[in-house]
Structure formats: structure tokens, C-alpha cells
Design a protein around this ligand. Sequence first.
Ligand code: SF4
Length: 190
Amino acid sequence: MYKINEIFYSLQGEGFWTGTPMVFLRFSGCNLKCPFCDTDHSGYKEMTADEIVAEVSKVGGECGRVCVTGGEPSLQLDKGLVDALNGAGFKVHIETNGTRVLPEGIDWVTVSPKVDVEGLKGDGTVVLEKADEVKVVYLGADVEKWAGFPAKWHFLQPCSCRNTAETVNYIQAHPLWRLSLQTHKYLDIR
Ligand code: SF4
């Protein structure tokens, strides 16, 4: 059984896949507590892998991608569920804080490190050694150590749409980074 907070169909709002239709599979629970966390992932329903795949297929039709998120999805996601989602025709994306080793077979890994967040509760040490994209929430600190993290893309994202101008200024001065906006918030979609 997996503790599932919600399953819904929307567009990816952030990072490389912005604008792409995806099913969101949100797991309940996180091993960290960030002061700015704006996701209520506490509630859950217990579901089997078969029930999850059936619901993802039902809401997502033939979109072909599921974004596994949380909370921290790596606390629960295992190879059996990845294989089941792949078997139903879904590429599996994950949004993780990078603190835990991931099961094999994930098609796209987004690491959003939280280790440098002021006021963080929990051990945010990143153990993953590579990713497809790194997405750092910009809080005004020096983020250059993440510029060297092995990934195809490096995104810097304002914190809850609040400090966009500051983030743009940082990217202009450090042009390896690209801007990621939480476009779902601007569009008022989920
Ligand atoms: S790691 Fe993500 S889900 Fe967990 S507390 Fe931080 S922002 Fe929230």
C-alpha cells in the first residue's frame, strides 16, 4: 500500500517540461520541513499499485507522462510501482529533494535541493549524484555549488512567485541558469 495524497491531471507548471500535460501523483509525507513549503501533503488514502495505475490511466487518458511528487515521493516510490506505471504506457518523472536513492527505471529526475534553506528542519544532504534537471528555489543565497551538479538543465525559481525580479537579476549575472516560473500559479490551475 502507498499513501497517496492526490492524483490529478494538469500541465507541468515548472522547469524543463513546463506546459506539458501530465498526471500528478502526489505522495503523502516528507522527510524535511521547509519554511516556505506551500504543499499540503499530509492527508492520504492508501492505494495499491494496481489502484494507482488505474486512477492515473483514468484521469490522464493517453498523455503518457506521470509526475511523481509530494511531499517527498522517494520515501514510498519503489521499482514495482515504476514498472507498473511504465507498463501502462506512462513515462515516470520525479520531483525529489535528492536526499534518498531512487528506484531504477525513472525516466526524468528533477532534484530540488533544500539543504541550504535557512530554517530547514531535517537532514537535507543530497545523496543523488546526477539528475536530468536541477531546480533550485532562489532565496538570495549563493547557489553556485548547484551549478556544478551533473544535470542537463539548471533552473532557478523564485520562491512562491515573490522574488522574481531578484531571480532574474541573478540569472543575468550567472547565465548558466534558466528561469523556472510556477506557471500553474499564474494561470490559476492546479
Ligand atoms: S522538501 Fe518539498 S515537500 Fe518537503 S517540506 Fe520542503 S518544499 Fe515541502
